[in-house]
Design a protein around this ligand. Structure first.
Ligand code: NAD
Length: 295
C-alpha cells in the first residue's frame, strides 16, 4: 500500500481521497478551504499543512482542482520540489489540453512521472469508487499510476500519450451536454403534449433515444431517484463546470479545425442560461428550466 498526497478535496476529491483510504493507502491531503479538509479528516485522511507538505515522501500525488490555472499554480508552487524524484503525479482535474501539456513538462523537468487522468461518473461515481479514468502519459507513468487509480475507479482507459486523457474527457462532456439538452427538450415537449414524465422515461430509456442523460441522470424528478432533478438540482455536476468543459471543447475544435455545430450550440445555450440566472452552482441538468422558459 502506498502513501498518497491528495490536493483538492471538493465535491469529487473528498470522496476519491476517502476511497483511497478505504483501499488501504495512507492519504495526506490538502485543500485551501479548511471545512473541506475537516470533512476529509472525518473520512480517515491525514491533514497536511500545505500542498507541498502533502507531496512529501509519497509514491503518488493526486490533484483534483477546478481548472488549468489551479493545477499550474500548484505544480509551480513547490510540490514538484517537495516530492521525491520518481513520484507519479496524477492530475484528475478536467483542464485544457495546453495546461495539461504544461503540467506534464513541469513534472518531467523535475524528474517526476505524470499522467493526466480526468474522470467521468460524477459525484455518485466518486463516492461509489466507480469512476471511469481516461489516462494520458508514458507507459511507465501509466503503470505506476494504475494501482493508485484502481482504488477510485470502476474502469481505467489508457488513452495514449500526454494530454490524451483530457482530449477524451472534453469529447465525452460535449456529447453529454448535447444529449442532456436533447433530453430536456424531449421532456418539455412531452409536457406540452400531455405525456407524463414517467411514461416518456419508460419508453425512451428502453428505446433508441436512450442515453446516460435520460437513463441515469434524468432532468425531471421521479423516474431516476438519484438524479439532481429530485434534489432541487443540487450538484452533481455544476453548470459552471459544464460551461467550462464546453468552452474547452470549442477551443479544441477551433485549434484542430473540427466541425462541432451541436457542441457550439450547447456551449452557447449553457452560457446564456448562466448569464440569465444564478445557476452556476446548480447542476447542469437544470438547463431544462431554461428550455422550459422559467426558473
Ligand atoms: P470543486 O470546486 O468542488 O473542488 C475543487 C477543490 O479544489 C475545492 O475544494 C477547492 O477549495 C480546492 N482548491 C482550489 N485551489 C486549490 C489549491 N491551490 N490548493 C488546494 N486546494 C485547492 O470541484 P469538483 O466538482 O470536485 O471538480 C474538480 C474537477 O473535477 C474539475 O476540474 C471538474 O471539472 C472535474 N469533474 C467534476 C465532476 C463533478 O461531477 N463534480 C465530474 C467529473 C470531473
Amino acid at each position: 500500500m502506498a502513501t498518497i498526497g491528495f490536493i483538492g478535496l471538493g465535491n469529487m476529491g473528498l470522496h476519491m481521497a476517502a476511497n483511497l483510504v478505504k483501499a488501504g493507502h495512507t492519504v495526506r491531503a490538502f485543500d485551501i478551504v479548511a471545512a473541506n479538509l475537516d470533512a476529509a479528516k472525518a473520512k480517515g485522511v491525514e491533514a497536511a499543512s500545505s500542498a507541498n507538505d502533502a507531496a512529501k515522501d509519497c509514491e503518488a500525488v493526486v490533484t483534483m482542482l477546478p481548472v488549468g490555472k489551479h493545477v499550474i499554480e500548484v505544480y509551480s508552487g513547490g510540490v514538484l520540489e517537495a516530492a521525491n524524484k520518481g513520484t507519479v503525479f496524477i492530475d484528475s482535474s478536467t483542464i485544457d489540453v495546453a495546461s495539461s501539456h504544461e503540467a506534464h513538462e513541469m513534472a518531467a523537468a523535475a524528474g517526476m512521472l505524470s499522467v493526466d487522468a480526468p474522470v467521468s461518473g460524477g459525484v455518485g461515481g466518486a463516492e461509489a469508487g466507480t469512476l471511469t479514468f481516461m489516462v494520458g502519459g508514458t507507459d511507465a507513468a501509466f503503470e505506476q499510476s494504475k494501482p493508485i487509480i484502481e482504488g477510485m475507479a470502476g474502469k481505467i482507459v489508457n488513452c495514449g500519450a500526454a494530454g490524451a486523457g483530457q482530449a477524451a474527457k472534453i469529447c465525452n462532456n460535449m456529447i453529454m451536454a448535447v444529449s442532456m439538452i436533447g433530453a430536456a427538450e424531449g421532456f418539455v415537449l412531452a409536457e406540452k403534449l400531455g405525456l407524463s414524465h414517467q411514461a416518456l422515461f419508460d419508453v425512451v430509456s428502453t428505446s433508441s433515444g436512450s442515453c446516460w442523460s435520460v437513463n441515469n441522470y434524468c432532468p425531471v424528478p421521479g423516474p431516476v431517484p438519484t438524479s439532481p432533478a429530485n434534489n432541487n438540482f443540487e450538484p452533481g455536476f455544476m453548470t459552471a463546470l459544464m460551461a467550462k468543459d464546453l468552452m474547452l471543447s470549442q477551443e479544441a475544435a477551433l485549434q484542430t479545425g473540427a466541425s462541432t455545430p451541436m457542441g457550439a450550440e450547447a456551449t452557447h445555450l449553457m452560457r446564456l442560461y448562466m448569464s440569465q440566472a444564478d445557476v452556476a452552482e446548480k447542476d447542469f441538468s437544470s438547463i431544462i428550466n431554461f428550455i422550459r422558459g422559467h426558473q
